[in-house]
Write a protein that binds this ligand. Structure first.
Ligand code: UDP
Ligand code: MG
Length: 328
């Protein structure tokens, strides 16, 4: 086996049914990488695509300027897990996750590298504006970031996705974070280190369609909050206490009123509404508890995060041009 190739920079690209985007992406990224005076590699993760994505990628191995390798997962595990498998396998001194649809513009790379060389261990690309999004999407993103920064101690940077440069120091810590709930915004932020931001305008997707629906976004937001904050669990103690104080006050009020004014027929409507209100609060509390229990269940099962079908093109550059498939 050839000695392991350790480039300065590994570009990590998770892909799911993106056969028509591969050529365009490689063309653009190679142009950018040519003007960078660092050694580089591109690591693709085929996240269980049903189309020709994998074949498309392997057809480029050995023919491109930059060494390319690909991890093929056994099925679709979702972008965050795919990304994590790439982080586990890439060997660069710095890693840059990138989407295939060129919404993470390669032109930003030189700027990121400059910041990195100036001493930042994490350089985050932050969206300058969300003008292209609908009003509802903009507002909900704003509420989400406001809530999560208030609830969680992890300093999550608003309006930043996975597009960022991550130094090996941080990569090695992320590799030790075994949680199955891969809320990457939080996972990237948790290790700390020196972080800087560069701002950019996020372009539209070039090819194909985004796979995010509102329901998926909602679950993503909940997942982020539940895996990076335990505040929703604790609220219930205080809510319960407050309600108990009100209930006690109301009880005394009724006792005194009955003593002074005599017995009266009790209010049926108010009784029913209080009962319904408090029992629905109970249910919400149980639901939130359930969210955490479900996550604990998921973690304690201790299953592997992903399953690899095969990897091609690792241990380059000696093997460039002769794809070596290694069964894992
Ligand atoms: N992706 C993936 N697995 C999935 C869904 C998406 O690897 O289950 C990849 C996709 O091919 C792309 C990136 O993740 O390279 C971002 O996906 P998309 O553009 O659909 O998301 P958005 O930009 O809307 O967040
Ligand atoms: Mg996209």
């Amino acid at each position: 086996m050839a000695t392991a190739y350790t480039p300065d920079l590994s570009i990590i690209v998770p892909v799911y049914n993106e056969e028509q985007s591969i050529d365009i992406f490689l063309n653009e990224i190679e142009q950018t990488l040519q003007n960078i005076s660092l050694t580089t590699e591109i690591v693709f993760i085929d996240d269980g695509s049903h189309d020709q994505t994998f074949e498309k990628i392997t057809s480029h191995i050995g023919k491109s300027q930059t060494p390319i390798s690909v991890i093929q997962l056994s099925r679709n595990f979702g972008k965050d897990v795919a990304l994590s498998s790439g982080i586990d396998h890439a060997s660069g001194a710095a890693l840059v996750p990138m989407d295939i649809d060129l919404q993470d513009p390669p032109e930003l790379l030189p700027k990121m590298i400059k910041e990195w060389q100036a001493g930042s261990e994490m350089v985050i690309a932050v969206r300058e504006s969300r003008d292209a999004d609908s009003w509802f999407k903009r507002k909900s993103a704003q509420w989400f970031y406001r809530l999560i920064t208030r609830l969680s101690k992890t300093p999550i940077v608003p309006n930043a996705g996975d597009y960022r440069l991550i130094d090996r120091k941080i990569v090695d810590i992320i590799k030790q974070m075994p949680e199955k709930e891969r809320f990457m915004k939080g996972i990237f932020a948790w290790p700390g280190f020196k972080t800087s931001k560069i701002y950019y305008k996020r372009p539209e997707r070039r090819q194909g369609e985004s796979k995010w629906s509102y329901w998926k976004l909602w679950n993503f937001a909940l997942g982020g909050i539940f895996s990076f904050s335990s505040a929703p669990l604790r609220i219930w103690t205080y809510l319960g206490l407050t309600l108990a104080i009100f209930a006690l006050g109301y009880m005394f009020y009724i006792i005194f009123r009955t003593l002074i004014l005599g017995i009266e027929v009790p209010g049926y409507a108010s009784l029913t509404s209080i009962l319904l209100f408090s029992s629905s609060l109970n249910m919400i509390g149980l639901g939130i508890l359930g969210e955490y229990v479900a996550r604990i269940f998921n973690e304690v099962k201790g299953r592997p995060l992903y399953v690899i079908r095969q990897t091609v093109g690792f241990d380059t550059p000696e093997t460039v041009g002769t794809p070596t498939a290694s069964q894992q």
